[in-house]
Ligand binder design. Structure first.
Ligand code: SAH
Ligand code: SF4
Length: 362
């Protein structure tokens, strides 16, 4: 399997570069606006259907500017069709996944920023296979555009909706593929037709705690919602649960998140996967409460979704309740994340991992 760079795509370029590229192809610059309208307003990348572009120009545009980056391998639905997980094959055979979730008040897509992940968190399916490669901006953007198309076309029950939220909580560590993720965020948040026109606050970037990335993000001045995967308040356990903690400690990560909060005015989230008898003890809830009581943070507790063969499992309900109560006693905002997609291996990387395993078994 060759793992070449994906072909350059319209969504890899900024609006100025798009015009330059179109001009290089011998077309007037205004064609870039037409393409942007098809792609970001109508979620259409099938150049053959672009009736405002002369037929003889279309083949070249397709190969040079709108190559097909994602091929659907399969979709799995659950929650009465309100959750759909899509498995995609990239140009070099690599697999990634995205999950589309419809709620009464919003439609959210969870996207992958890398194929695999190099961060090695032992409870995570994606982490177990290591990093295969970074995705290009257009490969990440294409997941969002496909989701917007599905939502708009009414593929989920209840009819047509607008894709309203994007979360970087699929495979990969977004801060480890910074440039491509930033270009994707610009594609998502720029007004139509040059982007999808989704508000920055409706985009959540979840990071394992790469402080260098958080600092770069502050300088971008695009106030996306930041989520920090903390998983425990003490360095000793975090060194093993989230090995990047060997480089950036709990205190440094929270300080970087505070800086982000001050620069953007945006409350941040703390992600905390509750693992039975590992990080769910009362004293850890107490320590977390002390750390967060004067911070503008919101805790998302996620019942662990065990990976195949994992020795770990989700916390007992009574321990989960006690954890919530302790945090609340410090006036820390806390919610237990709903477990959408659980029966379709909803947690990060699990569908792609099971596809690789079944392919190996064949
Ligand atoms: N790499 C980024 C974003 C992708 S993971 C990060 O780690 O933040 C998205 C979220 O899913 C993270 O909070 C991650 O810790 C969590 N997660 C990974 N594996 C999980 C599992 N088996 N059960 C529950 N949550 C999991
Ligand atoms: Fe990578 Fe996030 Fe999984 Fe850790 S939890 S291995 S950072 S995808």
């Amino acid at each position: 399997m060759s793992r070449n760079k994906p072909p350059i795509h319209f969504a890899d370029l900024n609006p100025v570069e798009r015009k330059e590229k179109v001009t290089q192809l011998g077309l007037p610059a205004f064609r870039a606006n037409q393409i942007a309208t098809h792609y970001f307003e109508h979620f259409n990348d099938d150049v053959q259907t672009f009736s405002d572009i002369p037929k003889e120009l279309r083949a070249n545009l397709a190969s040079e500017l709108l190559p097909k980056l994602l091929t659907k391998v399969r979709s799995i639905e659950c929650d009465n069709g309100m959750t759909r997980k899509d498995l995609w094959r990239l140009h070099d055979g690599v697999l990634v996944e995205s999950v589309l979730m419809k709620y009464p008040d919003r439609t959210t897509v969870c996207i992958s920023s890398q194929a695999g992940c190099g961060m090695g968190c032992p409870f995570c399916a994606t982490g177990q296979g290591g990093l295969t490669r970074n995705l290009s901006a257009a490969e990440i953007t294409a997941q969002v555009v496909a989701a917007a198309a599905s939502a708009f076309n009414g593929e989920l029950p209840g009819g047509s909706t607008r894709l309203s939220n994007v979360v970087f909580m699929g495979m990969g560590e977004p801060m480890a593929n910074y440039e491509a993720v930033m270009q994707t965020i610009r594609n998502i948040t720029t007004a139509q037709p040059d982007g999808l026109g989704i508000s920055a606050r409706s985009v959540t970037l979840s990071t394992v705690g790469m402080v260098n990335g958080i600092e770069r993000l502050i300088a971008e001045k695009i106030p996306v919602t930041l989520a920090i995967s903390l998983h425990t308040p003490d360095d000793e356990l975090r060194d093993t649960l989230v090995p990047i903690n060997l480089r950036w400690k709990v205190k440094e990560v929270l300080q970087a998140a505070d800086k982000y909060e001050m620069a953007t005015g945006r409350r941040y989230s703390i992600e905390y996967a509750l693992i039975r008898d590992i990080n769910d003890q009362e004293w850890r809830a107490d320590l977390l409460g002390k750390l967060l009581k004067n911070r503008n943070a919101h805790v998302n507790l996620i019942p662990l979704n065990p990976t195949p063969g994992s020795k770990w499992t989700a916390s007992r309900p009574e321990d989960e309740r006690a954890f919530v109560r302790t945090l609340e006693s410090y006036n820390v905002a806390v919610t237990v994340r709903d477990t959408r997609g659980r029966e379709i291996d909803g947690a990060c990387g699990q569908l792609a991992a099971s596809e690789v395993i079944s392919a190996q078994e064949k």
